[in-house]
Design a protein around this ligand. Sequence first.
Ligand SMILES: Nc1ncnc2c1ncn2[C@@H]1O[C@H](COP(=O)(O)OP(=O)(O)OP(=O)(O)O)[C@@H](O)[C@H]1O
Length: 428
Amino acid sequence: MDRSQPSLESPTLGPCVIAPVRAVLRLRRRVCVLRKRRLLQPGAEPDGGTPRALRPGCSSGTLRADLDQPRFFTFDGLTELPSRTPRKKRRRSRVVLYPETSRKYRPRTERQSRAQRCLLLLVAIVGFQVLNAIENLDDNVQRYDLDGLEKALQRAVFGQPAAVGRIMALLRDYLATHVHSRPLLLALHGPSGVGKSHVGRLLARHFRAVLEDSALVLQYHARHHCPEPRAVQDCRKELAQHVTDVVAQAEAKEKTPLLVLDEAELLHPALLDELHGLLQPQRSHHFHNAVYILLSSTGGVEITRFVLQNASRTLPPHSSSAYSIQAEESQAEEELRTSLRELLAGEHPLWRTAAIVPFLLLDKRDVVNCFREEMAGEGFFPEQALAERLAEQLSYHHVAGHEFAITGCKQVVAKVNLLQHRPGRTGH
Ligand SMILES: Nc1ncnc2c1ncn2[C@@H]1O[C@H](COP(=O)(O)OP(=O)(O)OP(=O)(O)O)[C@@H](O)[C@H]1O
């Protein structure tokens, strides 16, 4: 038996202790043998010679005997050298010295985290939503049902797509917000019978319906409200009172009123002065939160000349060169608006701040449509042939293959009325 191993021949130890101790010793011996074998394998000693110390309890006799033999260096097994696992460098905590007088915490590096950026974005979105809610942008557009108005105008007004488009764009822009620093002043100009009053009436009807209060819509007719013998000063006071009442009521109800002044060319300069004064920036904001529409035939001659001069440019809308012609047309219309503004500003300063909307001449096809519409409205069957025959009775400018009605649809109502007195009328 190996000396290093304890003796188990003690009389005091019972058989129940001896058996497990023996097993342990056997295992230990086996482990020692295995260790020795490993140490003797080539390449098991990375330092090239000195064997590692055996654990206590393992006999090193055989190993020593082997080690006493001369050994030769070979390159075999060099490749099998176990790679050293790099030790992790432990970071020592640095001692930071702070001056006695200052606060003691480490300087922090300023780094914007993603979360911070997201938070900023969220705050911006919420802010925008709040602003949007305050302004009630969507509500306002829905309240005035501008889509419905656009459809109604497109359906009922013939031959004025540019004018309708411009009116709608200006209304949309203005009614998108509730608080305004200046009013919307639209000036609809054109020759007689092209639909200015017609549009004024359609707008008034629409606003009465959406505002649910007819007191918030004023329709002022120069000839009706201020006929010739009346004193101008009375008319002036009356106009001021009308406008003040309407805008005050609208302000109380937080709505935008509509004021339509028809036949503006017949308004006395004193009335124009009064209106101009009401719209000045120093006046109460009630006057600014309103849509004013001036209808006038001033500039009709210039518009007629413009249409006749540009008639050769007007092509059917689906022709191949329609787009380039449309661009030319819009540029020409811009020039027309500029020249009209100059003309009107010379008449009265009120027009300087107005958005000018020219109404162009109607052609024969539009007049036929006017007849059909009027016939249907009066209870007649809107027969195309009859409408064409009636349209033939009107006078036209003949230019570049076009026929432009000299008086537009002005005489349509009267001619359809005559049908009622004809024997054998064709009604529904
Ligand atoms: N573009 C149009 N579309 C549909 N109907 C029209 C159009 N223009 C005129 N009408 C019809 O002709 C009638 C007379 O037109 P309106 O009173 O609008 O002319 P106006 O341009 O105001 O002329 P004026 O300057 O002489 O008052 C209208 O009641 C309408 O029925």
